[in-house]
Design a protein around this ligand. Structure first.
Ligand code: FAD
Ligand code: HEM
Length: 456
């Protein structure tokens, strides 16, 4: 009999591990699932270990709690006793221990900034870090001192580093009888609809503009209600207009009251995730365990998800917020590659594998048509320019890791004129698991540049 070693993936000395991608989930002991953790947090046990008190924690105090059996971690200024969470952490105890007794914010964000630790660790809260004087970060151009009322004047330029000042977008607004026009000068050439995200609901206007690694947000509690809005983008000069249709044709004295993130320009990764409720409009079987979900964005939201980017879905499960990332795709593989496919920006399509023991996907599968779920702004580092001038493109996908390939394939076949071949190597457990097998085969027949490999 062959002596087959137990599978190890990635292999111990593989490039994949060397590249640092060995970060992954670890097997947890029975009784240590997320649901078990949620139950423990609701049990009334004193998980923080302070009998309900909240304390102010100094750096010295934090540093003392750096052992597995006594571990505190600071995230965004709040300190948590993660000792009871240690065995429940899907990334394993050693990963969590890297931040023991320190400020783990950057590490946490690097691995999984979407994880809703505030909600999951509510019962482990020890207190706040004691304040010490801090220098104002140069990259942030928060105009928080701005006059409390936005009276239509351009905000004064604040003291910024020269480069940040040059790059910081600004805004202005004006009105006619029926319309309010908010103009954002992004100072970014090649502005396009994928870089503009607007939500306007119940008098609250939030516009976000992506400028490379940064995000500019305009966020206002409007002076009056609006009926509808539309967006104009002057791509070459980088001017974005959000045009609001007044509900009552009255004269507005001001645009409105600034909200927390108003007129800030910060790194994208430091911007909190913003969610809106989206309605489930259809759910179709793709394979025995995978479904295509279609969610409709509310009328009050306008954004597109660029190829290679994902969104976060948030549900409250047993009283705790749980967040997971998913990659929107097109509702089918476009088989006519003569023209770019018409963008259906009102709907978000997600192809999701339902795990029989999966906490999040089980809850998702129980949603009824018409139910709502929170969906975040798009996020991700992939840039189309990475494939813009390619001649031969290879896609490696396994299971639902196929989802990012759909928009990318579409982009490559429609907009990359240099493309000669596109090859997909698709790894699956069984043939029945192959997603959109028919469509892929049709595509390979129809477009001579595309072909696929099947691996059992
Ligand atoms: C950027 C990104 C994009 C993604 N896009 C998609 C997408 O388009 N479609 C898609 O379907 N998924 C996608 N995912 C994966 C998705 O976010 C979820 O991880 C997935 O849906 C599982 O959710 P769940 O909570 O239902 O399952 P989980 O509760 O995480 O369980 C999944 C399976 O793993 C097992 N398991 C869980 N924890 C452990 C552990 N510690 N040890 C051993 N086994 C364990 C469970 O028993 C179950 O069989 C994406 C992930 C990322 C990071
Ligand atoms: C700051 C140090 C931390 C490090 C280095 C770390 C590391 C990791 C790693 C490597 C994973 C596996 C990721 C994967 O499957 O791809 C993971 C998963 C996870 N971690 Fe952490 N973690 C840290 C802190 C925390 C904290 C404080 C929480 C509190 C809630 C947390 C909650 C989770 C959850 C819920 C997952 C599963 C994510 C998912 O796939 O849905 N982690 N972590």
């Amino acid at each position: 009999m062959l002596n087959v070693p137990p599978p190890a993936f990635p292999a111990p000395r593989s490039q994949q591990r060397a590249a640092g991608s060995s970060r992954s989930k670890v097997p947890l002991k029975p009784g240590r699932s997320l649901m078990d953790w949620i139950r423990l947090t609701k049990s009334g046990k004193d998980l923080a270990g302070l009998k309900g008190r909240l304390i102010e924690v100094t750096e010295d105090e934090l540093a003392k709690h750096n052992k597995k059996e006594d571990c505190w971690i600071c995230i965004r200024g709040l300190v948590y006793n993660v000792t009871p969470y240690m065995e429940y952490h899907p990334g394993g105890e050693d990963e969590l221990m890297q931040a023991a007794g320190t400020d783990g914010t950057d590490l946490f964000d690097q691995v999984h900034r979407w994880v809703n630790y505030e909600s999951m660790l509510k019962e482990c809260l020890v207190g706040r870090m004691a304040l010490k004087p801090v220098a104002v970060p140069k990259e942030i151009s928060s105009i928080s001192e701005e006059k409390k009322q936005l009276n239509g004047m351009l905000p004064e330029k604040k003291l910024l580093g020269v480069s940040a000042k040059d790059l910081t977008p600004s805004y202005d607004w004006f009105q006619t009888d029926g319309l309010i026009t908010v103009v954002i000068y992004t100072k970014q050439k090649d502005m396009n609809a994928e870089l503009v995200i607007v939500d306007c609901q119940d008098k609250r206007l939030r516009g976000e503009i992506i400028v490379n690694e940064h995000s500019y947000v305009l966020e206002v509690d409007l002076d009056h209600e609006v009926e509808d809005f539309f967006i104009n983008i002057a791509e070459k000069i980088g001017k974005v207009e959000i045009i609001l249709k007044k509900k009552d044709n009255v004269h507005w004295k001001m645009l409105g009251q600034p909200l927390e993130s108003h007129n800030t320009f910060i790194k994208r990764k430091n911007r909190g995730l913003f969610y809106r409720k989206c309605k489930l409009v259809s759910k179709t079987e793709v394979t025995h365990d995978t479904k295509l979900f279609c969610f409709m964005l509310p009328k009050s939201t306008c954004f597109q998800v660029p190829a290679g980017q994902h969104v976060y879905l948030k549900q409250i499960i047993a009283g705790t917020e749980v967040v997971k990332p998913y990659t929107p795709l097109l509702p089918f593989l476009p088989l006519n590659f003569k023209e770019p496919s018409c963008h259906d920006s009102a709907n978000i399509y997600l192809m999701i594998k339902i795990y029989s023991c999966g906490l999040f996907t089980q809850a998702l599968d129980h949603l009824q048509i018409g139910d709502c779920i929170s969906i975040s702004n798009p996020e991700g580092n992939f840039k189309k320019s990475q494939v813009q001038a390619l001649e031969d493109l290879f896609f490696l996908a396994a299971g639902t890791g196929f989802t990012p390939m759909v928009k990318l394939l579409n982009f490559a076949l429609t907009e990359v004129s240099s493309l000669r071949t596109a090859k997909l190597i698709f790894f699956n457990k069984t043939e029945d698991d192959i997603l959109w097998r028919n469509q892929l085969e049709q595509l390979a027949l129809k477009d001579e540049r595309s072909s696929k490999g099947l691996d059992g």
